[in-house]
Write a protein that binds this ligand. Structure first.
Ligand code: ISE
Length: 334
């Protein structure tokens, strides 16, 4: 079976998804693209696929079987709803929605459609390190988990990103991956601001602290302006030992008086394998398999928790996370 893909958004992530679909995924073909910048769409399309001026047109194109959404965040929810209405499976970049009403409407629309159509691009669920952590928690090999420490540093964040947006755009990854690794929801959240770096006076590095229902403490440093590179670290501390992500590339260099590993410049390099596996498994799910990534419900809970974190940031208080019961539709998906 060949799945014919339509891609909405040809920026950094969209062009990487296009590259992966073309070079790494058996059973996938990129047949149509859309971007509000025609020149950018043309560069990604090459001479091998159709270009649509309008994303909704691409979604209903009868020659397109499945959609990848990598357009700006504010468009994610309306386009995901359009894909559900067209009955087409959709892999949508995070965050799933810009507000909770939108997020809930996606969950409701998918349930009404009666089958799973939505996967959210929380690609870290396909990273082998986080997978190993989840497996250890499930099997209890190191005893009960006590802490999950996360570090999320970008080299240089864009100017428009405020401290608020850091939570919705970056820390939302840790919100999702913590639920994935620990297998449970969060109960409450607080956020502490560090002083601003002189390199980025318009925002503050943040420390988010989440507590899970069973009392595991999750610490998340979110620092967009670390200068030296893109650095995601994680350590799971259990009763009988710890597991840490190994963020290093496979080679180590000795050069110019130093001995060590290069640091990636951004998430595309750091999570290259995860992005590839995410698309490979998405295609496998469309070919009769099971969706292994974040569901629309996971996307909704991530948005809800990010909103609670935002309130915690603004008020300085500890805020309860009240996601409510997972609909039976999602329980049945496993
Ligand atoms: C970016 O939008 C991403 O999705 C990356 O995965 C994340 O690490 C980065 O902080 C975000 O800005």
């Amino acid at each position: 079976m060949t799945v014919r893909f339509g891609l909405v958004g040809c920026g950094v992530m969209g062009s990487d998804h296009a590259r992966i679909l073309r070079s790494d995924i058996a059973g996938a073909e990129l047949v149509a693209v859309q971007d509000k910048d025609w020149g950018r769409a043309k560069r990604v399309a090459g001479d091998r696929c159709r270009i649509h001026a309008d994303p909704e047109q691409l979604i209903v194109d009868p020659g397109v079987d499945a959609i990848v959404i990598a357009s700006p965040d504010a468009t994610h929810a309306p386009l995901t709803l359009a894909a559900i209405a067209a009955g087409k499976p959709v892999l949508c970049e995070k965050p799933m929605a810009s507000n909770l009403d939108e997020a809930r409407s996606i969950v409701d629309a998918e349930i009404a459609a009666g089958r799973q159509l939505v996967q959210i691009g929380f690609m870290r669920r396909f990273d082998p390190g986080y997978r190993a952590m989840r497996a250890a928690v499930k099997a209890g090999t190191l005893g009960n988990p006590l802490f999950l420490h996360c570090i999320h540093r970008n080299a240089v964040g864009p100017d428009y990103v405020t401290s608020d947006l850091v939570l919705a755009n970056s820390s939302v990854h840790e919100i999702d991956i913590s639920r994935y690794v620990l297998g449970e929801d969060h109960a409450r959240v607080r956020v502490i601001r560090a002083r601003s770096s002189r390199k980025a006076p318009n925002r503050q590095p943040l420390m988010m602290v989440l507590e899970t229902m069973s009392g595991v403490v999750v610490s998340v440093e979110a620092f967009l302006d670390a200068q030296y590179g893109y650095d995601v670290q994680g350590e799971l501390v259990c009763e009988e030992g710890t597991l840490s992500l190994d963020p290093h590339p496979p080679v180590r260099s000795r050069v110019g008086g130093s001995d060590g590993h290069a640091v990636e410049t951004d998430w595309v390099g750091r999570f290259a394998d995860a992005y590839r596996c995410q698309l490979r498994d998405f295609v496998a799910a469309l070919d009769g398999g099971r969706f292994l990534g974040s569901s629309a419900w996971d996307g909704y809970v991530a948005s809800l928790t990010a909103e609670a974190a935002l309130r915690a940031l603004r008020t300085g208080e500890t805020i309860a996370v009240e996601s409510g019961d997972r609909p039976a539709f999602y329980d049945a998906l496993g």
